[in-house]
Design a protein around this ligand. Structure first.
Ligand code: PLP
Length: 392
């Protein structure tokens, strides 16, 4: 039996996506910039892919720019904004728990003279909006706060942050921009740029978290936002992101996006019931387990500490039973300090809680029946470790 519970690292591609991409790669290999028929056909496919990706934001396709991944989308925002001549706006407000795709460019900008404010979080990875308000000054260029934290699953208050930004801009005549890294949010919560996110200016997403292909992402940029390109070259994406388009991946991303947002409520309710079943089982069956995710966290993530164990050892023990989990964020594993995940540290977990932390992350394919199997194997692994100190 294989139970894949590392969906925040990446997801299994939908079969429909794989089939479509193979078909496009085989039969529609033209360059969308070419003037002949094959090029026009590729351009048509790009248009259709973009239209479907835009569904993820309830936005117009013109506001969607294709990137090579979520990381590039995040970098485009920070590095692209830094290129816009705004001599007075030199402050970036972000959080201490962002993905390195935001933290690293922010640090680079700090080296170049920008001021970076990193908001702290509480035990469940929640920011304090009063702290944000206090940090907001007239020289602020950007607020960048992720939509869903990839390790804890905490949903950040984007609507409220948007309202704060809007009120501040109105009162001070400023143009502070608001970006959110929505990589872990797409397909799990609504990223509607006409409703909850109507005051968000830019959103980064990535296809491989929603059963789409790896190596393709997108950046939503609200019409009228002043952002300069960061990839320069042949002028694709209306000059905003140069580089020959990965047409099969754009088609695959579009299809995955269409499928994943189609019944967002139904899919997320299913994931939530699986997540909560596992959570309940862990809390009632495994002694001293500490749930690090908030009760109102996203449907796809459950982070739990098993003090007195080592997460990495439990992970490999579970792997022997066909269960795949994570100790933290796979895509930021290079960002760990000697004290473990920067997110769990920022949340104030004790060293033993960090050492024994596991992240279970769900997709629509997981079932409650699988969770019974996981609970059984997890209980054995945790109790075995605690009894013997390890499995040696
Ligand atoms: N942002 C968040 C919150 C993520 O979880 C990830 C990947 O895990 C990324 C950005 C990077 O996305 P990509 O792997 O497409 O570069």
């Amino acid at each position: 039996m294989i139970v894949y519970l590392d969906n925040s690292a990446t997801t299994r591609q939908y079969d429909e996506v794989t089939d479509l991409m193979a078909d496009v790669a085989k039969n529609c290999y033209g360059n969308p910039s070419s003037l002949h028929g094959l090029g026009l056909e590729a351009e048509k496919l790009m248009k259709e892919g973009r239209r479907k990706i835009a569904l993820g934001f309830n936005a117009s396709p013109e506001e969607v720019y294709i990137t090579s991944c979520g990381t590039e989308a995040d970098n485009t925002v920070l590095m692209g904004l830094a290129r816009v001549p705004r001599p007075r706006a030199k402050k970036i407000i972000t959080t201490a728990v962002e993905h390195p795709a935001v933290l690293e460019p922010a640090q680079e900008l700090e080296r170049r003279g920008f001021e970076v404010v990193r908001l702290g979080v509480d035990r469940h990875c929640r920011i304090d909006l009063d702290e944000l308000k206090a940090a907001l000054t007239e020289d602020t260029l950007l607020i960048s706060v992720m939509a869903v934290n990839n390790e804890a699953g905490t949903i950040m208050p984007l609507k409220e942050i948007g309202e704060i930004k809007k009120a501040f801009n109105k009162a001070h005549g400023t143009k502070v921009l608001f970006h959110t890294d929505g990589v872990q949010a797409l397909g799990k919560i609504s990223l509607d740029t006409k409703k909850e996110l109507k005051d968000v200016d830019m959103i980064s997403v990535s296809a491989h978290k929603i059963h789409g292909p790896k190596g393709i992402g997108a950046l939503y940029v609200r019409k009228g936002t002043n952002l300069l390109p960061f990839m320069l070259g042949g002028g694709q994406e209306k000059g905003f992101r140069s580089g020959t388009e990965n047409v099969p991946a754009v088609c695959g991303f579009g299809l995955a996006c269409e499928m994943t947002v189609k019944d967002l409520e139904g899919r997320s309710a299913h994931m939530m019931s699986v997540r909560n079943y596992l959570k309940q089982g862990i809390v009632t069956q495994i002694a001293d387990a500490v749930v690090n995710s908030p009760d109102d966290g996203v449907c796809s993530v459950l982070n739990v500490s098993f003090p007195g164990t080592r997460g990495e050892v439990i992970l490999h023990r579970l792997e022997q039973e066909g269960i795949y989990v994570s100790t933290g964020s796979a895509c930021s594993s290079n960002h760990k300090t000697s004290k473990g995940s920067h997110v769990l540290n920022a949340m104030g977990l004790k060293p033993k809680e960090i050492e024994g932390a596991l992240r279970f992350s769900f997709s629509e394919f997981n079932t409650v029946e699988e969770m019974d199997y996981v609970l059984d194997k997890l209980k054995t692994a945790v109790e075995g470790f605690r009894k013997l100190g390890s499995f040696r």
